[in-house]
Structure formats: structure tokens, C-alpha cells
Design a protein. Structure first.
Ligand code: DX5
Ligand code: ZN
Length: 214
């Protein structure tokens, strides 16, 4: 079985102790650091931007998995690359369909991975034609915007369809409401990367929490 990539979301960390909380997940065995960028337009919440990413780049060598939940993502890609992103994922719902491939190529032109995400209400068939241009597909299992929401099981079912059309190298990531039980549902359907915020950061022992997801 191939390795499951665990990407803890720092949205559930203590922002007053962000460096400490990133080291915490690194020591607990995280593979990536998931960074949720929200603009108050594409989603109702506002979180963090490139300057914060730049400053946390100093505390870890783990890859930065940047999840853009913003309108007009192309405009900010360079900023996040320069801040130290290793993977940049944007939402298909945030862009004109005609520009999806161009944005993927633009992200990859910096030598980093490109991801495409879909919200729970978006038909997965809409992304099939673009999958070949991406390194990662992010299937949201909650409505993007907030941590700590309940897993939407119907969204996870999209993984099977996407998996059927995906080539072997494509990373299939899920995000939202992931815990040890929902992780199992998703990995059985074919997901090989799990984002988890509250489950890891609220756990007594982050290492045990991460191991229970694998
Ligand atoms: C939600 C974000 C998630 C969030 C997940 O819009 O994209 O990454 O941090 O939080 P949990 O794991 O608590 O559902
Ligand atoms: Zn996310």
C-alpha cells in the first residue's frame, strides 16, 4: 500500500504560538503543513496571507501545502511561491473554466506542485477534463470556510469516480471533518492524502492522532 500523506491544517492551531504548533505536528510525524488561505469573498472567513507563510517558512522544512480559498487565485500565486509554498491548490469554482489549465501551468512553472479543489456541491465530472494538468486533486468534505465541521459523506463518494479517471501519480486529497473513522472511509475510496485540523490539534497526543489517520 502506498503511503498516506498527512497534512495537518494549522487553521486549528494557536496563532499566538504558530511556530510552536508547527513544530508540534512536525515532531508528531506530519508529512506536510496545510495552510488555509481565505479571503472573506470566496468563503465567509478571513485567515492568513503570504507574509505569515513567509515567516513560518523559517520554522520547518516540511512542504507547505497551500489551500487557496480565494477569488482570483492567479493574482496571488507568485506571492505564495515566494513565501515558500511547495503545493498550491486553488478552487475550480473561483476561476473561469477557460483559465484552469493556464493557472495550473503557471503554478508548475515555478517548479512546485499544482492542485485543483472542488467544493461539496460541485459535480466531480466538472474536473475530470483538467486532472491531467494537476499533481493533486482536493475533494472538500465540508463546505470550505471553517475548521471543526462535520464530514459530508456524500462528498467523499466523489473520490471513487475521480480515482477511476486519475493516473497513478495524482494525489487525491480530502479536507474537512477528517478523523480516524472518516479517514478510513476516504482511504478505502482511494484518497492518499488527508488534511486534518481539529482532530490533530484537539488531540491529547498529536502523534497518536496522526498515526490513527494512517
Ligand atoms: C476548511 C479548511 C480545512 C480545515 C479543516 O475550509 O479547508 O483545511 O482546517 O478543519 P477540520 O479538520 O477541523 O475539519
Ligand atoms: Zn484546507
Amino acid at each position: 500500500m502506498s503511503k498516506i500523506i498527512i497534512s495537518p491544517s494549522i487553521l486549528s492551531s494557536d496563532f499566538a504560538n504558530l511556530g510552536r504548533d508547527i513544530r508540534l505536528i512536525e515532531n508528531a510525524g506530519a508529512d506536510w503543513v496545510h495552510i488555509d488561505v481565505m479571503d472573506g469573498h470566496f468563503v465567509p472567513n478571513i485567515t492568513i496571507g503570504a507574509p505569515v507563510v513567509k515567516s513560518i517558512r523559517k520554522v520547518t522544512k516540511l512542504p507547505f501545502d497551500v489551500h487557496l480559498m480565494i477569488d482570483n487565485p492567479r493574482k496571488y500565486i507568485k506571492d505564495f511561491v515566494e513565501a515558500g509554498a511547495d503545493i498550491i491548490t486553488f478552487h475550480i469554482e473561483a476561476v473561469d473554466r477557460k483559465s484552469v489549465v493556464e493557472i495550473a501551468d503557471y503554478i508548475k512553472s515555478f517548479g512546485i506542485k499544482a492542485g485543483l479543489s472542488i467544493k461539496p456541491k460541485t459535480n466531480p465530472e466538472e474536473i475530470l477534463e483538467y486532472m491531467a494538468y494537476f499533481d493533486l486533486i482536493l475533494i472538500m468534505t465540508v463546505e470550505p470556510g471553517f475548521g471543526g465541521q462535520k464530514f459530508i459523506a456524500e462528498s467523499a463518494q466523489k473520490i471513487s469516480l475521480i480515482k477511476r479517471f486519475a493516473d497513478e501519480k495524482l494525489i487525491l486529497q480530502v479536507d474537512g471533518g477528517i478523523n480516524s473513522e472518516t479517514a478510513r472511509v476516504c482511504t478505502r475510496l482511494g484518497a492518499n492524502s488527508l488534511v486534518a485540523g481539529s482532530y490533530i490539534y484537539n488531540a491529547e497526543n498529536a502523534c497518536d492522532a496522526i498515526n490513527s489517520l494512517r
